[in-house]
Design a protein around this ligand. Structure first.
Ligand code: SF4
Length: 420
């Protein structure tokens, strides 16, 4: 925790508690954890929103009040975070795209809206709109308008095809934060990774458009292990600070697709900690939030909640534990998301280590050359998966719930959603 950040956060946190007094009913050990966690970041004001970082709803929003009520107090067994693919179409062709070669019948507008509505009823308070390039879904404004009440909507985009009008409509429809993809500070390297000439320029243009509207703007960057080990992350972060964006959302390349299922490319715990330390260093400076997914999902924080508090529905309706896990538990065009999630969750206790980083060899074994495991192979594979202990947060969370020391497989956590 940074003392400087904690001091700067005092006033906004007072506002948060004033607007959401039920925070004070949260168990003290969880509150202490959250206080320490928040102390690593500086709360930023964007319009009237108080934002810690873009992986949580604004702290003074109804979505955050729901997070406190439904997850921290009522401990709903449903997910808190979801992502929905609005289309698999994309002008770019990234080598590391986790959606590559997914196929099926595209979800229509009403299916997307119904699924998002069901997710909210189950507890989702943060929803990422992704793709493909989500801006290519012509219904994106209507979809956003109809799902954003009480739920923080974050947009992940390459920036391709964005216009000033579309950006303004997205803001009005309820997008609280945008992340534009940018993987390198050199135009040629970024374009080569995206296999699309002009990707870099389109991203920078989109960042400017969103910034001019006063939106919460970040960059989402996928770092290769080579970049992390060659100490190039700092060069990149310095470049991003020059763009005067609010947040750098960092992740390492995940072994989601065949060409990345290579032990030479998957990061080690040492690499992860290196990024955590960089994140903390930049956040102490307070000029741009650095939000490394491997920290949020690390053992010292919330852990990996794939299939547990996180769910991904791709553009074809297939349900996976998270965007990076090419496994299929069902399809929302065939059965309700609640039933699919409930079954998936019985197999996914929260754990402390990234599921895909740990289990990519098993995925490889059961993929049989397919980009996404079918349900039969998914279930077979799950019989071989060994889960790690809970993260620090989940230890506190489930200990509170059962009154007993938490164990790896939580009976309560594993109850089907219908039964709770
Ligand atoms: S599998 Fe990895 S990327 Fe997916 S939710 Fe877990 S930690 Fe995050």
């Amino acid at each position: 925790m940074s003392i400087k950040n904690s001091f700067k956060n005092l006033l906004p946190l007072t506002e948060v508690i004033a607007s959401n007094p039920q925070m004070l009913r949260v168990n003290p050990s969880i509150l202490r954890f959250l206080n320490n966690y928040m102390g690593k970041f500086q709360i930023r004001r964007v319009d009237s929103q108080l934002i810690l970082h873009s992986h949580l709803p604004p702290l003074n929003s109804r979505a955050y009040a729901r997070f406190v009520q439904e997850h921290l107090l009522a401990k709903t067994p449903g997910p808190s975070h979801g992502q929905i693919g609005l289309t698999n179409a994309c002008p770019q062709n990234c080598a590391c795209c986790y959606n590559k070669n997914r196929q099926g019948k595209v979800m229509d507008k009403e299916t997307i809206i119904k699924t998002a509505g069901d997710l909210k009823k189950m507890g989702v308070v943060w929803l990422g709109l992704t793709g493909g390039e989500p801006l290519l879904n012509k219904d994106i404004i209507e979809i956003t308008e109809r799902i954003s009440e009480g739920c923080a909507i974050k947009l992940f985009t390459t920036g391709s095809t964005l216009t000033g009008k579309l950006a303004a409509d997205l803001k009005k429809a309820g997008v609280f934060s945008v992340s534009v993809s940018l993987d390198h500070w050199e135009e040629s390297t970024h374009d080569a990774g995206r296999r699309y000439a002009g990707a870099f320029r389109e991203a920078l243009k989109a960042i400017d458009i969103f910034k001019n509207l006063g939106m919460d703007v970040g960059v989402s960057a996928v770092l290769s292990r080579e970049m992390i080990r060659n100490n190039q992350t700092e060069d990149f972060l310095r470049f991003l600070m020059g763009l005067e964006i609010n947040e750098a959302w960092l992740s390492e390349v995940k072994p989601s697709t065949e060409s990345y299922r290579n032990p030479e490319m998957v990061i080690s715990e040492e690499d992860r900690l290196k990024l955590v330390n960089l994140q903390d260093k930049y956040n102490r400076q307070g000029k741009m939030t650095v939000n490394y997914l491997g920290h949020f999902e690390g053992k010292e924080c919330f852990g990996c909640n794939a299939g547990h508090k996180m769910v991904y529905i791709d553009a074809f309706g297939d349900v996976s534990p998270c965007v990076f896990t090419p496994m299929r538990f069902g399809n929302v065009q065939e059965e309700p998301i609640k039933a699919v999630f409930s079954e998936m969750k019985t197999r996914f206790p929260s754990e402390s280590v990234c599921f895909i980083n740990k289990n990519y060899r098993l995925i490889q074994k059961y993929a049989a050359g397919q980009p996404v495991l079918n349900k039969t192979n998914t279930l077979k594979m799950m019989e071989e998966v060994k889960f790690t202990p809970l993260s620090h947060f989940s230890e506190l969370y489930y200990r509170q719930k059962t009154g007993q020391p938490a164990t790896g497989r939580q009976k309560m956590a594993n109850k089907p959603v219908e039964e709770i």
